[in-house]
Design a protein around this ligand. Sequence first.
Ligand code: GLN
Length: 552
Amino acid sequence: MSTKYIFVTGGVTSSLGKGIICASLGRLLVARGLRVTVQKLDPYINVDPGTMNPYEHGEVFVTEDGAETDLDLGHYERFLDIKTSQENNVTTGRIYNDVISKERQGAYLGKTVQVIPHITDEIKSHIVALGESDGYDVVIVEIGGTVGDIESLPYIEAVRQFRYDVGRENTLSIHLTLVPYLSAARELKTKPTQHSVKTLSESGLQPDIIVARSEHELDESIRKKISQFCNVEVADVIASLDAESIYQVPLLMQGEGLDERVIKKLKLDAGVPDLERWIGFVEAVRNPSTEINIALVGKYVEHHDAYKSIVEAFIHAGAVNGCAVNIRWIQSDHLTKDNVKDKLRDISGILVAPGFGGRGIDGKLSAITYARTNNIPFFGICLGMQCAVIEYARNVCGWPEANSTEFDEHTEHPIIDLMPDQKNIEDKGGTMRLGLYDCKLKKGTKAYAAYGEELIHERHRHRYEVNNNLRYKLVEEKMILSGFNPERDLVEIIELKDHPWFLGVQFHPELCSTVNNPQPLFVDFVKASLEHAREHDLNIPVDGERIVVSET
Ligand code: GLN
């Protein structure tokens, strides 16, 4: 079977959940035994989102091969249980960068370099390269942005050409659109969908399936109307209603027959779907036996997408432990020594988040002191781990000025410092320690107990490290360095012995947590937090109504 390509465009507005629809369709096809991957084409000029502010773009998702990519790739990995790579995310910036480099090398000698065919050819070559990279049955290609945007045009044109290149029967076009409900008229409106399909058609791309996002059930007459005006069969109008959890969306899409229609149209050789584990997971998420409150202390907490993978890893780990994790978002700027006790009341665990720059560091340090001295489970990720080391150096090792050179270049005790090979780098894009690295665990530690094996591999995204010249002091004062990168002898994990669960990691464990493979440290942290809640009478039994913790 040759590779089939499904192109997913979006119309009317952003935020319709295109990434989740692609991931859900992917899950349904994987459940039928097909080899599937998903690619995101982003229309912005940045070469990758690595240099964007989390407020601007949300989390930067790092792949195993060290690419800084769109957070939708996180959904693809979590839903399909696959690993993505640089090839799964292409931006306009990267396409132009590559074309311009080729032009300078003389690849187009004698020619005028143009959007059509040079840019469109480059886009198509990235789509094919992914399809051919691993013998996939299906590549789902999500086209970022909204149809009609100037930025999306080269992508739509590339898809139009692509359908001719590989044969229409090997491709499918799915258009995600909005069917709004006007309460004054008490009616669902199809006009925005008609317009959006018209705009798409003007670019030469006709949808085969329409996924209509709506807050209300689409009745037969609405489906017929969309079918007639948009030139698709009634069965190809798929309703996408709001779901309680994103993990329900594959099941809702299956109910609407999305996978059936795709299989039929592409003549895919697919088995019967095996969704037993998925359904079990969704049931566990929907019916927790208890709830706990975990504080997420960070700098970008107003924008929850900045911590997307952490939130999802908590959902996976909660399901394993039979509990729902309520995240209390704590702006690190607002935390002080004096208010920490009040802001962190009723909290069963504290996570200090990754981040960059000095803003809010004092608040993070206050939260860590509070967790350490009150035996509250603590999990520090990347910057969160670096802060735990600074806190320990200051308050236990007796170096009150200890700091990271990221915040104080001239500190007497730079307990966190730049790696020597980072010191001369001036470019900001793609220059961190990125991607998968080995980590060797010390037996008898909490980290080893969680993973149950000695050599693990986790993804990284940082410049600074625990300073190898000063780390002796941490060890002298009984901090346990429980994981090291064997090639470069870098500290990867720290923990405390006389504490129920106090652990910091230099890597990003949240990035590899999936529904079928919840990340072990998250599972153990939630377990420890659950025990803390039980001991201190903090867990809240679920008795019908979900308790919503106020956001700080
Ligand atoms: N700013 C820190 C560094 O670059 C931590 C980065 C992070 O938390 N991802 O090392």
